[in-house]
Each structure stands twice: as structure tokens, then as C-alpha cells.
Design a protein around this ligand. Structure first.
Ligand code: GDP
Ligand code: MN
Ligand code: MN
Ligand code: MN
Length: 249
């Protein structure tokens, strides 16, 4: 596989109401099967999933958590509003979102937006990816697969990486179970989270600061078979269980 990776340059600062798919399609000649990664921050800005901190009134829980984490209580309120369940309050808020994604500060972001503004993750990132895919089919006539990414911390290791929070046109996981290795052994465990691997490399191409590259195209990635059950069920998730049992003690 000779995979090509193309950062989409020359996009303007994105604001609510902008036609993000159209702006990207003006700058890329898509081919069938391309995978387009879009930073959740720009998708959310285009859709208006942003807020002014001065419009947020923090409640009691936000004030209490903020006094521990030394954060702006209005920012903490935004994190609480994004969360379906808070798993950890200190030293940072770790919570689950309605989409199933678990992340630090619920992915609420104050970088790459005007002072005093915050960006939320898209509330339904799977639908977001599908909407961009449909729009690109209408504009370009091409079958483009889409991944919505965010920069995210991880357990056990220092350093953030890009992950996929929504995808369309492919399964999240390439299921290798039942396949045979070089020696004919049947693989019993391997389910590769391909959307996260692609999102991580896209995130590397995007950068995190003033690069202005919120979209990356991958060409020639091939196709795979698998499934979308990327989030552990609460019982399967041993880290989540450990956090829960800490809470009780
Ligand atoms: P996140 O990982 O989804 O939180 O997105 P980041 O804030 O890390 O931004 C990823 C990339 O998109 C970086 O190259 C940013 O400079 C770029 N970026 C963010 N917002 C905009 C925008 O409105 N316009 C353009 N052209 N680039 C942006
Ligand atoms: Mn950011
Ligand atoms: Mn982010
Ligand atoms: Mn980022």
C-alpha cells in the first residue's frame, strides 16, 4: 500500500455557519475511497458548538470541582454540561460523553478560538462524520470516508495523540480474529482500532497550535472488515471499574 497523506492548506478561520465541507472540497480533488480527517475543533466552530464563558453560570458542583482543580468554574460547568457521567474530579475531570467517548475535561477546548470562548466536541460525532460524507458526495460525486478527530490524553503514557471520535464509511475496528499469521497460527485477540491509528497520524499532520491545517486526506488506505464496538461496555472496562471502586473507598 502506497499511502498518500495530504494536509489541506489555505483554509480560513472557521466560524458558525461556514460550509466546511464546501471549503475543503474547493481545495482537494477527491478520489473514491479517500479518507478525510477533520479536527473536531473546526467542525464544532462551523456548527456553532461554541460558547462565550461570560454566558455560562456555574452551579454548585462546578464551583466545588473548580476550587480543587484551580480552573475557571464556568469552564468546569461546560465540562459538566458535556458529560453523561463524571468518573474522576481531581486532578482533572475525566468523564464520559453521551457518544461513549471518555476523555479529560470532556474535550472542551479553549485553544484555536477567540479569547473567552470555548469549543465543545460535536454532541453526535458519528452523525457529524456522516453529514460531511454525504455533503462531499453531493459536491464531488466521490465516495469519501470521514473521520472526526480530537487530540486526547491517554492512560499509562505521557503525551497526547489524535483519536477518532466519529467516523463514516468504514468500521472503527479491523477485526483480525480468525486470520492466520505468518506461521499459520489463528489470531484470537487482535482487533485493530484503525480509525484511531489514522486519526493519530492526521493529528500529527495538523499540529496543535497555529499551523492552520484542520483537515488531512489519506489516499490508498485500502479497506477492511470489522465492527464499530470501540467503546468497552462498563463491565468490560477495567480502568473504569477501578476508578469506580476508588470512588467508594
Ligand atoms: P482539535 O485537536 O480538534 O482540538 O483541534 P486543534 O485546536 O488542535 O487544531 C488542529 C489544527 O487545526 C491545527 O493545525 C490548528 O491550527 C487548525 N485550526 C484550528 N482552527 C482552525 C480554523 O478555524 N481554521 C484553520 N484554517 N485552521 C484551524
Ligand atoms: Mn485545540
Ligand atoms: Mn480538542
Ligand atoms: Mn489538536
Amino acid at each position: 500500500m502506497d499511502i498518500q497523506v495530504l494536509g489541506v492548506r489555505g483554509l480560513p478561520l472557521i466560524h458558525e455557519g461556514d460550509d466546511l465541507s464546501g471549503l475543503i472540497a474547493e481545495r482537494v480533488t477527491f478520489e473514491d475511497g479517500d479518507i478525510l480527517c477533520i479536527a473536531s475543533s473546526v467542525y464544532s466552530k462551523a456548527k456553532g458548538y461554541t460558547r462565550r464563558l461570560t454566558d455560562i453560570v456555574p452551579g454548585e458542583q462546578a464551583e466545588r470541582i473548580a476550587s480543587g482543580t484551580q480552573e475557571d468554574p464556568r469552564f468546569v460547568q461546560a465540562v459538566i454540561d458535556s458529560s453523561s457521567e463524571i468518573l474522576l474530579e481531581y486532578p482533572f475531570i475525566l468523564s464520559e460523553l453521551p457518544s461513549g467517548h471518555i476523555g479529560v475535561r470532556a474535550g472542551v477546548d479553549h485553544s484555536n478560538i477567540e479569547d473567552g470562548m470555548i469549543i465543545y466536541l460535536p454532541p453526535d460525532p458519528m452523525a457529524a462524520a456522516e453529514e460531511v460524507r454525504d455533503a462531499l458526495r453531493d459536491i464531488s460525486g466521490r465516495d469519501v470516508r470521514v473521520i472526526i478527530t480530537d487530540t486526547c490524553g491517554r492512560a499509562f503514557r505521557r503525551g497526547q495523540t489524535g483519536i477518532a471520535i466519529g467516523w463514516s464509511g468504514m468500521t472503527a475496528i479491523n477485526d483480525y480474529r480468525g486470520d492466520t499469521d505468518l506461521f499459520g497460527h489463528v489470531l484470537e485477540i487482535t482487533e485493530e482500532a484503525v480509525v484511531d491509528e489514522i486519526a493519530a497520524f492526521a493529528n500529527f499532520v495538523m499540529g496543535e497550535s497555529h499551523q492552520g491545517v484542520p483537515a488531512v486526506v489519506f489516499r490508498n488506505c485500502g479497506r477492511w472488515k470489522g465492527h464499530d464496538a470501540v467503546y468497552f461496555t462498563p463491565k468490560e472496562d477495567i480502568i473504569r471499574c477501578a476508578l469506580k471502586s476508588m470512588e467508594k473507598t
